[in-house]
Design a protein around this ligand. Sequence first.
Ligand SMILES: Cc1cc2nc3c(=O)[nH]c(=O)nc-3n(C[C@H](O)[C@H](O)[C@H](O)COP(=O)(O)OP(=O)(O)OC[C@H]3O[C@@H](n4cnc5c(N)ncnc54)[C@H](O)[C@@H]3O)c2cc1C
Length: 324
Amino acid sequence: MKKVLVIGGGPAGATISRLLAKHFDVTLIQDKIWDKPCGGGVKTIIFKQHNLDKKLIRFKLNYVEMIYKNKTIQIDLKGNNLAIIHRKEFDNYLRELAKKNGANLIYGKFRGFEKNKALVKINNEKILFDFDILIAADGVNSLVRKCLNLPPIPKVITHYAKTNKIKTNTCKFYFGKEIAGKYYAWAFPHETQTHIGSVEAKNFEKLCKYLNIKEKPKGYFIPTWQEDIIIHKGNIYFVGDAAGQVMPLSFEGIYYAIKSAEILAHSIINNLDYKNEWNRRYLKKFKFMKMLEKINQSKLRKIMVNLHKYKLIQNFSVNLWLGE
Ligand SMILES: Cc1cc2nc3c(=O)[nH]c(=O)nc-3n(C[C@H](O)[C@H](O)[C@H](O)COP(=O)(O)OP(=O)(O)OC[C@H]3O[C@@H](n4cnc5c(N)ncnc54)[C@H](O)[C@@H]3O)c2cc1C
């Protein structure tokens, strides 16, 4: 049986491990149990598509808000189409599911390659892992990418914090140069604390000022997808953030990490070209969203936000964002 070694057990790595475990001898290497800095917003449909436990859904949202210069537009999501999950719990669940399906889950840190094998530090021991196929799902700062001398994933530094100084019942998206700069800022509901952040770190203070609060943010990178990112080299495949597969403009990564893992698993099992398969499924949508993302002049942004008071535009956006 072919040996598949997966580095990184976030949504992408845990999913690919689960999907391949019935066909190959799969080992999943995850650094540690941690709570990835994340808003935790994910399309509800993923629970149905992957038969995931709905108990993981902390909030179901049937509307979101777009805020531009003190003007709030409510966007009807046409049902409970957006879910909020807790990342530590969600990622842990996905890894355990992979294990239940036959993957060998090991907590350790990939450190590089030695004699064509993967070197993993487990506790204080260095162990070499043999593989026929290696899948790099080790996130935006992928060490596997670095070891192969591939260009790093294009990215933006975001700032985010958890606060109990404001409360919200739904996801709020803030637009405009004054609060959010080129992209957007957000406030997402969670049980005890609201998660707030700005896609561009430099705008976090502006968001806090607007919300009339003070918070110390944490910084973390988020990929800015580009068409020419290398996602496959020989017997090594990249998936999720390690392949830059985050939707432009909305910066959704959880759903696309899982869906890209699904495409990769299908490609490996059926001996298909991964890049072709991914492009066939998502290239048009990602390119269209990238084009919208580039509309960063404030006047056009204003028009775009204002257009959302029309139901027709709302329906179009909701379909584009949350539809299949
Ligand atoms: C502040 C912020 C807010 C976000 N909010 C949202 C949101 O609301 N909704 C959304 O859809 N997306 C959001 N994203 C994006 C989303 O978090 C990512 O796109 C998603 O987590 C990608 O999943 P992944 O499995 O590819 O990578 P990751 O989730 O980063 O998982 C990679 C895993 O690999 C492990 N790892 C890394 N290096 C090694 C190593 N050397 N050895 C072993 N293991 C290793 C890590 O510990 C990690 O568990 C947000 C991102 C940020 C930064």
